[in-house]
Ligand binder design. Sequence first.
Ligand code: PPS
Length: 292
Amino acid sequence: MQPDEKYVFSYKGFYFQPGVASVEYLDTLEDFEIRDSDVFLVTYPKSGTIWTQNILSLIYHEGHRDGTEKVDLLDRVPWLEYNIRNMDYISRPSPRLFASHLPYYLAPKGLRNRRAKVVYVARNPKDVLVSYYHFSKVAVKFEEVEDFGIFMEKFLAGKVLASLWLDHVEGWYSHRDDFNILFLTYEEMKKDLRSCVLKLCNFLGKRLTEKEVDAVVDQATFNKMKADPRANYDFLPPEFMDYSKGRFLRKGTVGDWKSMMTVAQSERFDSIFKDRMEKLPIKFCWDIHEES
Ligand code: PPS
């Protein structure tokens, strides 16, 4: 079961999106020059990327916090491997913020001197799967798989954009000592956003006042982001998104997988992922009501 080349291409064992990334460009990323002040947000798709992009932008840009600047997230925290707007990353002023879905082994090697910062956000993979399934309908350039069961098999086999969830999370976690990295989970952000914002500020060496932290937390809530076109990808043109089929900010909850997966599907999922997940020290939360 190989994925259709119209939707993904493999580069060094990882699936990328054609049209917005090329082999020539990806070849340059290994030597992409890293500054000590750079911050990379790394995620597997559908794990809380836009949420954390927004938080980073709010932490770093006063003009975003106080609403005086109307800059969208692709300009604030652009994608490293998908330079959709053809920005000149080299001449961007410091501190540069980037988002990326790259696996650890394709990250620019300059990140391994442990000076620039990496924020890794992980989400429980059943919610990732369900979010990914719905997003595949909205994202025009993604393969739309009508049948959830078929999509799940592709996800479990890593035959989707960004390949296998387990490889991504496990790879970054087991190589954490090579990077200056902070791990967060979507679920802890959901349970206590303020603590996570403070954790981030601490890691990034950013000292914000109580009021500024309040402003970050307030503008990073699901409802505020949903209503803010700069922070919900509503600005992406129809060649990327078909918003008649859903929204980028869809539900924003923990445990939505229960509304989609049958008991049999959930058990099958567990049987494939369980052994490797048990060895992962990251504790995932599967239900918002679960005690941590
Ligand atoms: S992508 O395509 O990889 O960049 O997608 P990503 O941004 O990683 O994930 C999208 C999911 O994150 C949810 N989201 C949020 N949840 C809670 N609070 C806030 N503020 C928030 N912002 C985005 C978004 O709704 C997607 O999850 P689902 O489950 O589909 O709702």
